[in-house]
Design a protein around this ligand. Sequence first.
Ligand code: DX5
Ligand code: ZN
Length: 215
Amino acid sequence: MLLAPSILASDFANLQSEVEMLNKSQADWIHIDIMDGVFVPNISFGIPVCKAIAKHAKKHLDVHLMIVNPENYVENFARAGANTISVHIEACQHLHRNLQQIRNLGCQAGIAVNPHTSISQLENVIEETDLVCLMSVNPGFGGQKFIEQTYKKVSELKELILKTGSKALIEIDGGVNADNAKKLVDAGADVLVAGSFVFSSSDPMETISNIKHIS
Ligand code: DX5
Ligand code: ZN
């Protein structure tokens, strides 16, 4: 299992030390949430902050774009140091083209999927994607409650991946904690994003190590 702490829950006034802590920790990736105030009812940060994180990060940067018209910005995020770029299926008129665009930039292409979106909608693009980010909360905010329906979606997605021979990783994003991590991995999750559970704990490095060992 790969663990991707979400920088959204970190102390933005001390971003460099937060990134250095993640470098030293057992975290595998750093999850970077980009919110535009249009696709989701919140604004986080953008390309310059991603670039600043990349300057200090020694881990794979997993950029989650919760924005409309992502095709206008993916090149800048790739230049800013993103390794994986996920776009929302609900925000893309031409998802197939958007995924190719991301791969052509030398990044891994991910599809993020809102809780209300069915796995069947991924059938025609599963072979064009390197990762499916299943949202286990409605996107826009950290610290929300995990939606239990997610387990069923993980199993459905795993089945689709096995059936098609796709190599896509299954990522779970939202409300991940020590209580659900193992069950998610057992259901087929490859990557777990954890924001507030990691950064609200008294010792984030130890919390990261604990989740890595639980699952
Ligand atoms: C939600 C974001 C998540 C969020 C996860 O819109 O996409 O990545 O940061 O935070 P927690 O783990 O606190 O739910
Ligand atoms: Zn996210």
